[in-house]
Write a protein that binds this ligand. Sequence first.
Ligand SMILES: [Zn+2]
Length: 95
Amino acid sequence: MSYCRRGLDGSDVYIYPAVDYIVCDRCSLHGGSTHQERDAAGMLEHALEHRAAGHHVPDAAVERLRREAEPDRDADSPEERLGDWLSDRAKDGEG
Ligand SMILES: [Zn+2]
């Protein structure tokens, strides 16, 4: 799922995840060529560069990049996630 689409929510940029990187499609900061960042932290910085240049990047896109760039901030630990997964699985089995 894309982070934001050009024209949607007034966005001036189109950012979407690819397999090994995150893409800023036809980036206006790079003369309309496709810009790639290796991870969410890099793309977060890039999105803020767009904002600094006066382009509109929806809050939801920036927030999502921020969450993905700093997964430890409010996400469950891997152990907790595994526990959730196991209990979900157990519930499925009962159902
Ligand atoms: Zn860009």
